[in-house]
Design a protein around this ligand. Structure first.
Ligand code: ADP
Length: 483
């Protein structure tokens, strides 16, 4: 099988290195494709191409950029079933989730096509007579985009589309586990007429390709989504190189369930948030904090729903929960389950590999109870379908427990009390507050990001993306001149 090549300076480039073999986590005997691994020298070429393309691209018309992004968005939407199938095959989320993610990526491109047409500035009076001041937005230059495997098309889309909309050039390094969707995005940009060098794809390891991007003086900014450890290490180097950075990292997202909650909705929020996409979302619910008046009923209904979930091949229409993405993530999930048991938490559902007809990384959706908030399973991100039930005497204790975490991405509350919902909205230490809604599942036209250890830098997505992908210049014009 010939390897899919990297896209550098408008050309598809071969590599001498051993290719990356993309396997289906639902069935590891199924090879999705073979992808050329870029090395540091090729990454340098991509960065230099982006730098060289920037002067012309920074002067491109807003119509040209809007048309490009709109065309890419339309093609993604018209091929959503096919791309979604590829996504489900390489990442392991269900076909329904994968098609949904693909549609979202299409909508993201179209949204930012519109944003390219809406770049505004300000005209400000000066205290000095005859002087006016304008504040105008400018592109940054070359953006290094480094993405994880859990949203193989949506996360690249929500970084690449605004980067290009605001006239930046891009060097894109996807996670090595999901090069297929990254390749689709590159092909579409190439087919829709993106000028050479403006967008470059370099598939490869974090150590070689990622490091080359982060260390390059020609790269002006890095937008990263991934693990806390990688994010922190990358941030230190990026700041040393005076780059602008934006990091989206982990979560340990709480869902509070109060006595007055709508029981069915609360159970649905917990199941949806904790288990869908195999728990592999940074917004996944991992701590459900429940007050005494509803605990017994909620626990009973949650266990019944969890036991009934269908785990299996991502491409099988009956499947509700796909496999873990790879052997390493499956091991992490099982290791944390062992840690929870050792710490004294009580395993009430799941906890084991799920036997399946195919050779994949299947794991049972898992519920622990008798968890207290200082246990490792309540503090560290697992990134699998594992949820902990914690008890709280009342709303105040539940909120304190919810906020007692180094993370702060998403947090939810299920309640029919306006008073508690409103208090939570104001006092939850999160970037995304969900009221009677799952902690995961967000819209594409509004800001996304967290507080505390979850995020760093300005918000992603929606109109707020302009903050990261542009800077402002203040221009003083003096009309007090002769002639
Ligand atoms: P995950 O694998 O859970 O998505 P990681 O933080 O390991 O999270 O990876 C996120 C992205 O960061 C991936 O594209 C990965 O290859 C990349 N990466 C890993 N190490 C480095 C590094 N040292 N420098 C730059 N990028 C890296």
């Amino acid at each position: 099988m010939s390897a899919h090549r990297n896209y550098i300076n408008g050309a598809w480039v071969e590599s001498a290195a051993a290719p990356i073999v993309d396997r289906n986590p639902s069935d590891i005997d199924d090879v999705v494709g073979s992808y050329a691994a870029a090395d540091a020298a090729q990454t340098r070429r991509a960065i230099e191409a982006a730098r060289a393309a920037f002067p012309a691209w920074s002067r491109s018309s807003i119509q040209e950029r809007a048309d490009l992004l709109d065309a890419v968005g339309s093609r993604i939407l018209s091929r959503a079933q096919e791309i979604g199938r590829l996504l489900a095959r390489e990442e392991g989320k269900t076909l329904k989730e994968a098609v949904g993610e693909t549609m979202r990526a299409g909508h993201v491109f179209k949204f930012h096509a519109g944003q390219a047409l809406r770049i505004t500035g300000e005209l400000v009076d000066s205290p000095r007579k005859g002087v006016s001041v304008t504040v105008q937005r400018e592109p940054l230059g070359v953006i290094g985009i480094i993405t994880p495997w859990n949203f193989p098309i949506a996360i690249p889309a929500w970084k690449i589309a605004p980067a290009l909309a605001y006239a930046n050039c891009v060097v894109f390094k996807p996670a090595s586990l999901v090069p297929g969707c990254a390749h689709v995005v590159a092909e579409l940009l190439a087919d829709c007429g993106c000028p050479p060098g403006v967008f470059n794809l370099v598939v490869g390891s974090g150590r070689e390709v990622g490091d080359a991007i982060v260390n390059a003086p020609e790269v002006d900014a890095i937008s990263f989504t991934g693990s806390v450890e990688t994010g922190r290490a990358l941030a230190a180097r990026a700041v040393a190189g005076m780059k602008k950075i934006q990091l989206e990292m982990g979560g340990k997202n709480p869902l509070i369930v109060l006595d007055d909650a709508d029981l069915d909705n609360a159970v649905e929020c917990a199941v949806q948030g904790a288990f869908y996409s195999t728990g592999q979302r940074c917004t996944a619910t991992s701590r459900v904090i429940v007050t005494p008046g509803i605990y017994g009923r909620f626990r009973h209904a949650l266990l019944a729903r969890t036991t009934a979930l269908v785990v299996g091949d991502a491409l099988d229409e009956k499947t509700q929960i796909g496999p873990a993405v790879d052997a390493a993530q499956l091991k992490t999930d099982l290791d944390y389950i062992a840690v929870g048991q050792k710490e004294g938490a009580r395993l009430v559902v799941g906890g084991e590999r799920q036997p399946a007809p195919k050779n994949g990384f299947y794991i049972q959706p898992t519920v622990f109870e008798d968890v207290h908030n200082q246990m490792r399973i309540a503090r560290e991100e697992i990134f699998g379908p594992v949820v902990s039930l914690l008890r709280a005497q009342d709303y105040e204790e539940a909120l304190a427990t919810a906020n007692d975490t180094p993370f702060g991405l998403s947090g939810g509350i299920c309640t029919t009390s306006l008073k508690h919902a409103d208090h939570f909205r104001r006092n939850a230490q999160v970037g995304l507050a969900m009221i009677n809604a799952p902690t995961a599942g967000v819209d594409y036209h509004v800001p996304f990001g967290g507080v505390k250890g979850s995020s760093y830098g300005s918000r992603e997505q929606g109109a707020y993306a302009v903050e990261f992908y542009t800077r402002v210049k203040t221009v003083y014009t003096n009309a007090n001149i002769a002639g």
